[in-house]
Structure formats: structure tokens, C-alpha cells
Design a protein around this ligand. Structure first.
Ligand code: SAM
Length: 288
């Protein structure tokens, strides 16, 4: 949804833009092409490797951007340090990047067998390994229900507890196999791997994703100039609900005008090209 995202931000030459989830810099390249000369981009990512990659990918635009390795929930500090007074646009493209998924050492993907980790920011103290091997059965069950919206949460938590009583659960493949056993025949014929929802739940907890989103969004809105735009691309209903409710709340307070009455979603062609886009929703609002 690159084109929709870029056009929704109403950018012009000279705009100051925050990309709060710069990833590999794909969106930021297009942003920079639109705002230069005269514009400035502040790119944030919790993942130090994303920042390294973006340094490479944006080298043609050197001098026009700053990159900050931090969680976007700290946007107040970040922008104050950058000496920025206000901004024309903020983009949040949530979740994990294809680089993180494809990197076999990060533990994000069911398809790559790797040590359970899932930390976007490797400075975080708790990884997926700690949650899977140390949290009590009841806590696991609640996490998987709440953040994975997984109806077999109780069975999955029980199977995890049984498996780790024999030996620690070390890898993504081991965890996926335990989950498959737990949900058993009930999930045959499903298009999506039965462990997808549990992996999502654990990742959300490891990275404190929903509170980060809520905090970051609330703060980002107040950095926008009048007429400035914020666009959020979310990938599951829990994220989308937060964005929708916050936009609604600030619209009732006359702080924001909602631009997308209904979220924009990818076309069928885009989903065929990129299956990960299937649950993407883009919501855009403008500062009043
Ligand atoms: C879907 S990718 C972004 C891809 C990017 N738009 C591009 O075009 O390459 C999401 C990125 O956001 C980062 N991220 C997720 N939540 C974050 C947060 N709360 N603070 C900072 N970065 C975050 C992830 O580390 C990941 O690199």
C-alpha cells in the first residue's frame, strides 16, 4: 500500500516527517523523494539492525535524515533532542519487517527454525524463550487468548507446560510442533499455520507492542502542525482497534479530523503479490 500511504500523508517539498517504524527504509525513500529539497526525515526503529540497513538504503539522501534506534513511544524525547518544534506528517507501519521475519536468528518466524527470541530491540531483557519457559500455565493461557485471540489457548498453555517439564523449549520449530499437537485435528484444512496466533501473542508481549502503540500514537498527534497528517498501517485487529478508538476519541475532542472513515485495505492483486499484506489496514487522520 506504498502509494496510498505516501499520498495520504499530503507531503510537499520542505515537509518535516517522522517515520516511526523505518524498517528497511522502503517508505522513507519515497517520502524523501517527495519532500526534498528542503525537507527533513526523522526515522525511528526499535531494531538496531533495521537502522544499519537503512543507513545503506538511504545513502543517496545523506544529510536529509536522522536515524534513531529507539521505541517510537519515546517520540517526545526523540523530537526534543532533534530540536524539532512540530512536524508535517507521521507514519507508523506496525509489526515486523520482512527482514526480521527472514532473518533466521531472530525467532519471529514459524518457517525459519531459530532460537525463540522475537525481540525487536535486543536490549530488552525478556525474550520469547523466557515467556515460553518461565511463565505459569494460567498466564500463558491468558496471553495467548488476549493477544492471539486463539480459542485453544488453554490446551496450548497446557501442552507447553507438559513439554517444558521434560526439557526447555528452545526453538521456534519445537514450539510450533507443540502447538500443532495441542490443537490437533481441529485445525486441519486451515490455510494459516495453527501456531500463527500464538506466535503473534508472544511477540506482542515480548515487545510490549500494544502499549507502545497507544503511548506513541497519543504523543505523536501533539507533534503535528495544524493540517499535519498521521497514517497508521496495522496488521491485526488488536492494533487496528487501538488506532480506530484513539482517532475517534481525538476527533470527538476536535483535535483530529478522520480522513479514512473506513480503513483502506490492499487490493486483491497486492495480496496475491504479498500475502503478508492480507490483513493490512491503513487509517489516516489530520490535525485540526
Ligand atoms: C513493517 S516494518 C516497517 C517497514 C518500513 N515501513 C519499510 O518500508 O521498510 C516495522 C518496523 O517497525 C519496527 N517497530 C515496530 N514497533 C516499533 C516501536 N514501537 N518502536 C520503534 N520501532 C518499532 C520494527 O522493528 C520493524 O523494523
Amino acid at each position: 500500500m506504498l502509494e496510498e500511504v505516501i499520498s495520504s500523508l499530503n507531503l510537499k517539498r520542505g515537509s518535516i516527517v517522522v517515520d516511526g517504524t523505518i524498517g528497511g527504509g522502503g517508505h522513507s525513500q519515497e517520502i524523501l523523494k517527495t519532500i526534498l529539497p528542503g525537507g527533513r526525515l526523522i526515522g525511528i526503529d526499535a531494531d538496531a539492525e533495521a537502522i544499519k540497513l537503512t543507513v545503506q538504503n538511504l545513502k543517496d539522501f545523506n544529510g536529509s535524515f536522522s536515524l534513531i534506534n529507539n521505541n517510537f513511544r519515546h517520540i517526545d524525547n526523540i523530537l526534543s533532542k532533534e530540536g524539532v518544534k512540530d512536524v508535517d506528517a507521521v507514519l507508523l507501519d506496525l509489526g515486523v519487517s520482512s527482514y526480521q521475519i527472514e532473518d533466521g536468528s531472530r525467532g519471529f518466524s514459524i518457517k525459519q527454525d531459530s532460537r525463540l527470541d522475537m525481540r525487536m530491540d535486543r536490549r530488552l531483557k525478556i525474550s520469547a524463550y523466557d515467556i515460553i519457559n518461565r511463565y505459569g500455565e494460567q498466564d500463558l493461557s491468558e496471553i495467548i487468548e488476549k493477544y492471539g485471540e486463539e480459542r485453544f489457548h488453554g490446551r496450548i498453555a497446557r501442552y507447553i507446560k507438559e513439554a517444558r517439564s521434560k526439557k526447555p523449549i528452545e526453538t521456534t520449530r519445537e514450539l510450533a510442533q507443540i502447538i500443532r499437537k495441542a490443537v490437533g485435528y481441529k485445525c486441519r484444512n486451515q490455510r494459516i499455520d495453527p501456531s500463527t496466533r500464538t506466535f503473534q501473542a508472544i511477540r506482542i508481549v515480548v515487545n510490549d507492542e500494544l502499549s507502545s502503540l497507544e503511548d506513541g500514537l497519543k504523543r505523536a498527534i501533539f507533534w503535528l502542525k495544524t493540517g499535519g497528517r498521521i497514517a497508521v498501517l496495522s496488521f491485526h485487529s488488536l492494533e487496528d482497534r487501538i488506532v480506530k478508538n484513539l482517532f475517534k476519541g481525538y476527533s470527538a475532542l476536535s483535535v483530529l479530523k478522520i480522513i479514512t472513515k473506513k480503513p483502506l485495505q490492499p487490493t486483491r492483486e497486492e495480496i496475491i503479490r504479498n500475502v503478508r499484506a492480507r490483513s493490512a489496514k491503513l487509517r489516516v487522520a489530520e490535525r485540526i
